[in-house]
Design a protein around this ligand. Structure first.
Ligand code: ADP
Ligand code: MG
Length: 710
C-alpha cells in the first residue's frame, strides 16, 4: 500500500528519531533500512506486515493434518543427514510429542546451518506445513521457535529487507511500538473513526504489529480487520480530500481565458471530412465553457478506442491557436506522437496550426533551434512524448495541455508539464473506461466528459471465441479477407519461448504464418524489444500495406490507426483482462468494413474464464465491460485496475474495500460541504494537513515510466 498517510504524518510528527534508536539496529542495519525507505521510527511503525502466521496454539502431532500450516511441539528423538537419491541429501530431525512423530527436513543447507541443527536437543517448537510422504509426516524447511520465546500470537511477516534478519526487524518494530506508541498523534478528527467504528491510530498501529487473538487468520490476511480498514480509510480520505482541495485551489488560480468562436461546431465541421457525433459536440462544448473561465480547466475525456477523441483534442487545440496561444500534446509513445503529428499536419492550413514534433533522438543543434522557436512562439502546437517535460524546453505562452492515454503517465509528469505554462488548461484523454464510482473518487478533482457514441458508417466488429483445435477455419477467414486487401493483427503474449510455459510466442507465430501466407501476403513482426526506428518502420510498412499481417505483443495496444485492418487473432486471451482485450480489439474495425476479432482459447478452459471472455462476445461497450470485469473477476483481480496503475492508490486494495471508499467519499464531501460548524472546527486542522500533503505531491516519485516508451 502506497502510504499517503505516512507520508505526511512524517511531516507533523515528533517521532522522527532515526531508526538507529531502536533495539538491534546499529548504523549498518539503519543503512539497510534506509535503502528500503525506512528512515525513522514512524516509518518503522508503518511497515505493514505482508501477512501473518498462525502461532496461536500448539497442535498435537497426531492431529496435524496434511496441508495445514501450524505449530507443533516435541522432543528431539534423532537427527542427521541422509540420502534421498544418489546425489541429494536431506537433513532430518525426528520429533515426538507423545501423540505421534514428525520429521522436520531441510534440502538446502550449509555446514554452519547443519551444525546448528545437529546441536538441537530436548524440546523444540516448529512451525510449517505438514506434508505426507511415503507413510511419514514431514515439515519441510520449518521455522524453529525457541520454546521460551513462544507465546500465542499471530506472527507478523514483514517485507524482506536485505541485511536485516527477520527476527531483528520484528524485535525492532516491537520496540518501536512499545516505546513510541503513545507519541502518535492521530491526524484525523476523533468523530470520524468513531462514526465508522474504526480504532484510533494508536491502537491501529499496535494491533497491526500484534493482532489480538480474537481475529481469524483469514481476516488478517485479507486485511479485513478494523485496524487494516482504518489505514485504508485514512489513505482514501486524504486522497479524496486532496482532490477536493486541489479543486478548490484551482478555482482560485488564474488561467488564460480562451474564447471560442460563437459557431464553433459549425466552423470546425467546415474543416473536417465528417460531421461530429452528438457526444463529440457535447464534449467540445464542455471544453469551450471550461477554457473561457479565468481558472484552469481540469477535464478527463473518456471514451472507447475509436470513438473519436482525437478530433475533440484537435478542436480544443484549434481554439487555443485562435487565441494566439500555445498548446502542448503529450502522448506515451513515439509512434503515437508521429501519428498525431501526421494528423495535425494534414488539417487545413486555414486552421492556423504551426505544429512541431519533439523527437527523442534530436541532436543538440536541432534541439536548440526547435526549443528556441518554441520559446519565441513560432510554433503554436508542440507534440511529443515525455520529452516535452525536459528541462530547457520553455514555452512562450502555453495555455492548453493535452495528455493522451493519460493513465500511462504519473501525476508528477502531469504536473511537470503544466508547470511549463502559467497554470494552463488541462485536458486528459483516456480509452480505459472505469466504473463510475471509481472515476468519481480517483478523479475527484476532474470534470469528466464521456464519449459513448461511435461515428456513423463504422463497420460492425464481431468477436468470436474459438477453440484452438478449430483454428483452421480462422485461417480460412483470414486468407479470404487478405484476398480482399484487408489486413490483420495477431497477438501473442510472449516474444520468445524462453520461459518454457508453452504459451504462444510471436517468433514461432511469425514463422508459422510466413510459411502459410508468404509470398502472397507479407507477415511482419513487432514487439517491445525492437528499437523505436525498427518499430516505426514496420508500422509504416503496415500502414502502406507492404505488410498484410502484423504479429506482435501488446505493444500494439496503443492508438495505432490502420483503417483496413479488419482481423485480429488473439492467442491466450485468458491471460488478459477484459478491459485490455477490449482495447486491443479497438485496433481493428476503424474503417467502414466489418471486422472480426478471434479469441483463441485452449480446448480446456474453465467455465469462469470462459464466462468472462463471453462478455466480449456480447458487448462492445467499454463501460459495461469494465463493470462486468470487476464483478466477474472479483474486484481484487479487476484488471482495468492495472491499467490505471499510475495513480497513487493501490487500486486492488481499494476495490476489495469498496465500502470504505464510499464512506471516505461521504466524509470528504461532508468536510468540504456547506456545514459551517465543520468548516470552522475541523477544517482548520485538515487544511493544514492538506497543505502539507500538497507540498509532498511534488515529491511523489512515480516509478519510472520509461518502461512504457521502450
Ligand atoms: P480515439 O478515440 O481512439 O482516439 P480517433 O480519434 O483516432 O479515436 O478516431 C478514430 C477514427 O474515427 C479516425 O479515423 C477519425 O477520423 C474517425 N472519426 C472521428 N470522429 C468521427 C466522426 N464524427 N465521423 C466519422 N468519423 C470520425
Ligand atoms: Mg486516440
Amino acid at each position: 500500500m502506497e502510504n499517503i498517510l505516512l507520508k505526511f504524518l512524517k511531516g507533523i510528527h515528533s517521532i522522527n528519531h532515526p531508526v538507529s534508536v531502536l533495539k538491534g539496529i546499529g548504523a549498518k542495519r539503519a543503512l539497510s533500512l534506509q535503502r528500503r525507505g525506512v528512515h525513522t521510527v514512524i516509518d518503522a511503525l508503518f511497515l505493514i506486515p505482508l501477512r501473518y502466521e498462525d502461532r496461536t496454539k500448539i497442535i498435537p502431532i497426531r492431529m496435524a493434518e496434511e496441508g495445514n500450516t501450524l505449530i507443533v511441539k516435541g522432543i528431539v528423538k534423532s537427527s542427521g543427514e541422509s540420502f534421498i537419491s544418489r546425489r541429494r541429501k536431506i537433513f532430518r530431525i525426528e520429533i515426538d510429542d507423545g501423540t505421534g512423530t514428525l520429521h522436520l527436513a531441510w534440502f538446502n543447507y550449509n555446514k554452519r546451518h547443519m551444525r546448528a541443527l545437529s546441536t538441537l536437543k530436548g524440546e523444540i517448537l516448529s512451525y510449517g506445513k505438514i506434508t505426507n510422504m511415503s507413510g511419514s509426516r514431514y515439515m519441510f524447511h520449518p521455522r524453529l521457535i525457541p520454546p521460551k520465546s513462544w507465546k500465542p500470537c499471530y506472527y507478523p511477516i514483514y517485507p524482506k529487507i536485505e541485511g536485516i534478519p527477520e527476527e531483528v526487524l520484528r524485535n525492532a518494530i516491537r520496540d518501536a511500538v512499545s516505546r513510541f506508541k503513545e507519541d502518535i498523534i492521530d491526524p484525523v478528527p476523533e468523530w470520524i473513526p468513531k462514526e465508522f467504528n474504526l480504532p484510533d491510530l494508536k491502537d491501529t498501529i499496535s494491533q497491526l504489529h500484534d493482532p489480538p487473538l480474537s481475529y481469524t487468520l483469514d481476516q488478517l490476511n485479507a486485511m479485513e480487520t478494523p485496524f487494516h480498514r482504518r489505514l485504508i480509510f485514512d489513505n482514501l480520505l486524504l486522497f479524496i480530500l486532496t482532490s477536493s482541495w486541489l479543486r478548490e485551489k484551482r478555482f482560485l488560480t488564474d488561467a488564460p481565458e480562451l474564447r471560442s468562436p460563437r459557431e464553433v461546431i459549425k466552423m470546425a465541421e467546415e474543416y473536417l471530412p465528417f460531421d461530429l457525433t452528438g457526444d463529440q459536440i457535447k464534449a467540445i462544448k464542455e471544453i469551450c465553457s471550461d477554457i473561457k473561465r479565468p481558472y484552469p480547466m481540469n477535464r478527463l475525456l473518456m471514451g472507447d478506442v475509436g470513438c473519436g477523441k482525437t478530433v475533440v483534442c484537435a478542436i480544443s487545440a484549434w481554439i487555443c491557436a485562435l487565441n494566439k496561444r500555445q498548446c502542448a500534446i503529450m502522448v506515451p509513445t513515439q509512434i503515437l506522437a508521429d501519428q498525431h503529428m501526421e494528423y495535425f499536419s494534414s488539417l487545413p492550413a486555414e486552421m492556423g496550426f504551426r505544429p512541431v514534433l519533439i523527437k527523442g533522438n534530436l541532436n543538440t543543434n536541432e534541439k536548440k533551434r526547435i526549443y528556441s522557436m518554441i520559446n519565441k512562439g513560432s510554433y503554436n502546437l508542440v507534440i511529443g512524448t515525455h520529452s516535452l517535460i525536459q528541462e530547457g524546453l520553455h514555452f512562450k505562452d502555453l495555455a492548453l495541455v493535452i495528455i493522451d492515454e493519460q493513465h500511462r503517465f504519473g501525476l508528477r509528469q502531469r504536473i511537470d508539464l503544466t508547470l511549463k505554462g502559467k497554470s494552463p488548461h488541462l485536458l486528459v484523454m483516456s480509452a480505459t473506461p472505469i466504473p463510475r464510482t471509481l472515476s468519481m473518487t480517483l478523479y475527484g478533482d476532474m470534470d469528466i466528459s464521456i464519449i459513448k457514441e461511435f461515428p456513423r458508417g463504422r463497420g460492425v466488429c464481431r468477436t468470436e471465441i474459438v477453440k484452438r483445435s478449430r483454428k483452421r477455419w480462422i485461417y480460412e477467414e483470414l486468407i479470404c479477407r487478405l484476398k480482399r486487401g484487408e489486413q490483420a493483427f495477431v497477438i501473442c503474449p510472449l516474444i520468445t519461448d524462453s520461459d518454457g510455459t508453452g504459451l504462444k510466442n510471436v517468433l514461432d507465430m511469425t514463422f508459422q504464418l510466413k510459411r502459410l501466407l508468404e509470398p502472397a501476403y507479407r507477415v511482419g513482426l513487432i514487439h517491445g524489444a525492437l528499437s523505436y526506428e525498427e518499430k516505426a518502420e514496420i508500422m509504416d510498412k503496415f500502414k502502406r500495406k507492404k505488410i498484410s499481417v502484423l504479429v506482435g505483443t501488446t505493444v500494439l495496444e496503443l492508438g495505432v490507426h490502420i483503417p483496413d485492418a479488419t482481423v485480429m487473432i488473439v492467442e491466450h486471451p485468458e491471460r488478459y483482462g477484459l478491459a485490455q482485450l477490449h482495447q486491443l480489439r479497438g485496433r481493428i474495425g476503424r474503417g467502414a468494413k466489418d471486422s472480426i476479432c478471434f479469441l483463441v482459447i485452449p480446448d480446456k478452459l474453465n467455465d469462469k474464464a470462459l464466462e468472462r471472455l463471453k462478455v466480449l462476445e456480447k458487448s462492445n461497450d467499454g463501460f459495461y465491460i469494465a463493470e462486468r470485469d470487476m464483478k466477474l473477476r472479483g474486484p481484487g483481480e479487476f484488471t482495468g485496475a492495472k491499467q490505471w496503475g499510475k495513480t497513487e492508490i493501490d487500486l486492488d486494495l481499494l476495490l476489495r474495500h469498496i465500502d470504505i471508499l464510499e464512506n471516505s467519499k461521504r466524509i470528504a464531501d461532508r468536510i468540504f460541504g456547506s456545514d459551517p460548524w465543520l468548516m470552522k472546527r475541523e477544517n482548520v486542522y485538515l487544511r493544514m494537513l492538506l497543505e502539507r500533503r500538497l507540498s509532498l505531491i511534488s515529491d511523489i516519485d512515480n516509478e519510472s515510466v520509461t518502461g512504457y516508451f521502450s
